[in-house]
Design a protein around this ligand. Structure first.
Ligand SMILES: C[S@@+](CC[C@H](N)C(=O)[O-])C[C@H]1O[C@@H](n2cnc3c(N)ncnc32)[C@H](O)[C@@H]1O
Length: 218
């Protein structure tokens, strides 16, 4: 038979375990709800977003890489950021710094991160990512480029010295925007292992497109 203290500790530990499970379930419910709303808002208002097919691959890459710091150029209203941070939570490590030019979109994203229960994993910077990316401190092991095609090269060059060996770089819209991001694509395809991943996309404004996944090497 357990003595009083051991029994109290066992009960306490069980109570804590249950609370964590319940909080975890509540967080998942909140994330699902917010994601459905954000997806609908993007579709109705034409706010650009990755879309589910690409987001699932993005989350898988974040799961494989287990990054400590993800930098995203182009927050919009937080669709891709929600996918990234859900995976970071699942990984049990890592945070996201996300950069957006439009203050209204950034504010909307802030509310969405808050409501989905992932705000503690996110730092937002408002302004031109070509400038703000230069202020990012620390080693970066995952970079998402999704902020107008002509910005990919300057954003990459603006953070290249803080990318760790083996960092993943994911560039969106390389199917539809190939011409406008030619210099970026020429550089990463020439210098680093790079793969073009094609998708059939279910978006009102897009049915087929690709992401470029690059492994950065020092
Ligand atoms: C395709 S959307 C991003 C979608 C987002 N990654 C998602 O999947 O939810 C591109 C975003 O980049 C922003 N943007 C455009 N130029 C930018 C710049 N120079 N710096 C930062 N953000 C920029 C736009 O305002 C827009 O919200």
């Amino acid at each position: 038979m357990q003595n009083g203290w051991a029994s109290f500790a066992a009960n306490e530990s069980e109570r804590r375990r249950r609370r964590i499970v319940i909080e975890g379930e509540a967080a998942v419910a909140a994330w699902d709800e917010v994601m459905a709303e954000v997806e609908q808002a993007c579709r109705e208002r034409g706010v650009p977003m990755l879309g589910r097919e690409k987001a699932e691959v993005l989350a898988r890459l974040v799961a494989e890489r287990q990054p400590k710091l993800v930098v995203e150029c182009g927050t919009a209203i937080g669709y891709s950021g929600l996918w990234i941070t859900r995976q970071l939570r699942e990984n049990g490590r890592g945070r996201l710094i996300t950069l957006e030019l439009d203050p209204q979109r950034a504010e909307e994203a802030r509310v969405n991160f808050e409501r989905a229960g992932v705000a503690d994993l996110v730092e937002q910077q408002v302004g031109d990512a070509k400038e703000t990316i230069r202020q990012v401190k620390g080693e970066v092991d995952f970079l998402l480029l999704d902020n107008n095609y002509e910005n990919y090269l300057p954003c990459f060059l603006g953070i290249r010295d803080r990318l760790v060996d083996g960092a993943r770089i994911v560039a969106d819209n390389v199917g539809i925007g190939e011409g406008e991001m030619k210099e970026y694509l020429d550089l990463v395809r020439r210098e680093y292992p790079s793969e073009t991943v094609w998708f059939d996309v279910d978006l009102p404004w897009l049915t087929r497109d690709a992401m470029e996944v690059t492994v950065y090497r020092k």
